[in-house]
Design a protein. Structure first.
Length: 153
């Protein structure tokens, strides 16, 4: 939607609604949860925290319906897309130790500089920068296609 409706430029957000603040707050809280469970060597709980935020972000995105906002409120659509990009940025940074290649692809698609991909950029003090032109969208997790059975079998 950023490519189609904003010429590939990550839009600058307007005033955040309560829904925006709630999902951003959930993303900001991931690093605290991650540090807590890492001290107990419960690394699987780091991903559980990240996937819970992904589920919340999915509900946020569906509820805000940015595809409909394109016609009725483009500025609000831009804010929803910005908030979603910020949540994805934080999830990707947190997931890097577990999924380095996929997380790097996602961070590349969000135009996050390599110097801003460590845990010190999590938690809400740093946000994704609006304004850069994002690369062309590409799947991070391509769809699996079952290979065709060979005729010799």
């Amino acid at each position: 939607m950023v490519a189609r409706n904003f010429g590939g430029v990550l839009p600058k957000p307007e005033t955040f609604t309560a829904a925006d603040q709630a999902i951003l707050g959930a993303a900001d809280a991931m690093i605290g949860k991650a540090r807590e469970v890492m001290t107990a060597q419960q690394l699987h709980q780091v991903l559980n925290a990240a996937w819970a935020v992904v589920a919340d972000a999915n509900r946020y995105f569906a509820g805000e319906a940015p595809w409909a906002l394109a016609k009725t409120d483009p500025a609000r659509q831009g804010t929803v897309l910005y908030v979603t990009a910020e949540v994805l940025r934080q999830v990707a940074i947190l997931a890097q130790p577990f999924m380095p290649v996929s997380a790097e692809k996602l961070l590349d698609l969000l135009a996050v500089p390599k110097s801003e991909r460590d845990f010190s950029f999590l938690g809400g003090e740093h946000r994704i920068v609006a304004g850069p032109t994002l690369p062309a969208p590409a799947p991070v997790f391509p769809r699996y296609v079952e290979p065709a059975a060979s005729a010799a079998q």
